[in-house]
Design a protein around this ligand. Structure first.
Ligand code: SF4
Length: 205
């Protein structure tokens, strides 16, 4: 069975791609898990078309969810054009969406080859970007972006630009192996970009 959308902690999560340009050391995609704590099976047989995803989402009662979250087992921004189409089409069909959130690695502009941040305006209410480290070396070691050191600069630039268009920009960091000084540095960095820092607890396998 293929999971396009699933409920988790009161929100509806949308899973349209398993692609990612990173290889985070903690990522469930390559830790040998089939599925995860979130849903039975997030490995997609094929990437659903935008129409398949629309059909799936139209069956949901959006009024009961806290957020509509584009996330899943991969980097959702690989499908940004389809995500934007889905958001627009649902609204055109009269669906009242809960606040829309993206959980992203912040590499969208590199992935799509253009600055997409103005397109977030009016579509995305909350963007959550994985900071994963207080400096470039730590970030690169943890996330292993395919573009190497560019990943860090891209992510910071995307965060700064998103803050102009998205009401709430959050950077997340996992507390494992972090000193209070690391967290302070990460917080100062997030705030300098117009974001707030959210410290997440490490969940072992
Ligand atoms: S950015 Fe997300 S999907 Fe990509 S490897 Fe890291 S944790 Fe996995």
């Amino acid at each position: 069975m293929m999971t396009i959308s699933y409920e988790y902690e009161g929100s509806l999560y949308v899973n349209l791609t398993n692609k990612c340009d990173c290889a985070c050391v903690f990522c469930l995609r390559h830790n040998g898990h089939k599925g995860s704590i979130y849903a039975d099976d997030l490995w997609l047989e094929h990437e659903p078309s935008r129409e398949e995803a629309l059909e799936d989402l139209l069956k949901r009662d959006m009024s009961q969810y806290k957020n509509l979250v584009f996330c899943g087992f991969g980097e959702p921004m690989f499908r940004w054009d389809d995500d934007a189409w889905l958001i627009d089409t649902l609204k055109e069909r009269g669906v009242k969406l809960p606040p829309v959130r993206f959980n992203t690695n912040g590499h969208a502009n590199r992935i799509l080859g253009r600055d997409i941040t103005p397109e977030l305006q009016g579509r995305v209410d909350i963007i959550s970007i994985s900071l994963n480290g207080a400096d470039e070396a730590e970030y690169t070691a943890v996330t292993q972006p395919s573009t190497g050191a560019l990943g860090w600069a891209d992510m910071l630039d995307f965060t700064r630009k998103s803050a102009q268009y998205v009401p709430s920009v959050v950077m997340t960091i996992v507390d494992k192996d972090k000193t209070p000084e690391d967290i302070d540095r990460a917080r100062a960095l997030a705030e300098s970009l117009g974001a707030t820092l959210r410290v997440r607890e490490y969940i072992p396998d």
